[in-house]
Design a protein around this ligand. Sequence first.
Ligand code: XMP
Length: 512
Amino acid sequence: RILILDFGSQVTQLIARRVRESGVYCEVWPFTATDDRIRGFAPKGIILSGGPASTVDEGSPRAVEAVFSMGVPLLGICYGQQTMCMQLGGLVEKSDHQEYGRAYVEVREDCALTRDVWSSGAREQVWMSHGDRVAKLPEGFRIVAVSEGAPNAMIADDARHFYGIQFHPEVVHTPHGAQLLRNFTHGVCGCTGDWTMAAFRAEAIQRIRAQVGDGKVICGLSGGVDSSVAAVLIHEAIGDQLTCIYVDHGVMRGGETEQVVRTFRDRFNITLVHRDASDLFLGQLEGVTDPERKRKTIGRLFIEVFEEEQAKLGGADFLAQGTLYPDVIESVSATGGPSVTIKSHHNVGGLPENMRMKLVEPLRDLFKDEVRELGRELGMPEEIVGRHPFPGPGLAIRIPGEVTRERVQILQKADAIYLEEIRAAGLYDAIWQAFAVLLPVRSVGVMGDGRTYESVCALRAVTSTDGMTADVYPFTMEFLTRVSARIVNEVRGINRVTYDITSKPPGTIEWE
Ligand code: XMP
């Protein structure tokens, strides 16, 4: 396995993605990890990430001693290369020729990283983002590639297996970047690339059995990808020691509750408590129009109902959660300074951390797309593993103004038509999230010979990689008019449809 030490680059997680895609397990730790911890992890190779700081500045971060003295291969990327050079006796200086974005390097010599990818004499496209550059190489290093702004675009110390790259091989704008990284992990470090989902599944099952013993596990199922995959995996490990609780808050998508209950009970034979709490939730939402109050009301009731159901079961020893790797990566502060924060947890349905049970979190080493792959490996249906994200407060935050049962039903119908058309057009997987919003605005229309005065429905569809930023999905006008016609004709209560063309930022994905 490979260890990535993070100096705070925006794209450190991409290094981890590329390494894992090549079948090698890796973890991302903050650069402040101690020598002992690093030695204990026993990596086959270490990668030092880029970062926003300048090695020339006083107090800028440095790699710990162990990375140079453990005798394992080392790859420094951007800032990682600069601090490696500095710490090994080289010199880094501010450059007047800053390079950001697309750049070209000239390959001067071959090395283990370029094997079968680049040949000497070639000119290759890379992605640069740096202001500083290595001015004097440490002893033992030679130059492999140069660019206009970086005389040491790629360097190698073959004897120690230390390598440095000034550009970013982990981003797609460096066309052969993944292969360069693969040459490091497989060629230099000797990793075999046998980290597959099948292997992960087998190991995870052993780990769950070892942790749980003959204890009882409870899992809150939301219908989303993460809790669903966690539940199926845990069930495969411990069978009936697992009970899932599904709280229906009455603001799910149309038909979703039935689908979840059916899939888990009938297809996977999982013991599932299905609590229909829609009266309670919709009752308490009466008169509530403020989005944050909606969220708080739903969050509070969810915990109350969940605890009630759990008590009825006589409690449990463990609580299962679908926590993912991006939630647990210890991130380095934006300045690259020494302060270390842990990203906040996104719990299943927002359960409190003080629910006096030990946690079973079998997905905490995985990225989202790896969880999907694991779900497929477990034989889960595509409509669950490929599902768009859905917010915990459900349709309540897609009905600005007061949420009533009638309005929920109107929205469910419109939303179902929209998604049906998206699926039929083969667009579902190209979109991060698509949904309808029922506006608290009425407009005048004409149907047949009569005047109508009904609600307006807004459609939203965005592309995104992490939900932090988003672009509007560019449907054709023909598609949009078809969906509009169907909604207005088939859903009583809606007589006008609009398409939301706001990106994030400045908008958010949800309307509330
Ligand atoms: P925004 O609207 O902030 O949404 O651009 C970003 C992502 O987060 C989801 N979202 C939520 N998820 N509880 C959740 O579990 C919430 O209260 C909530 N609000 C927004 C949203 O669907 C999108 O995927």
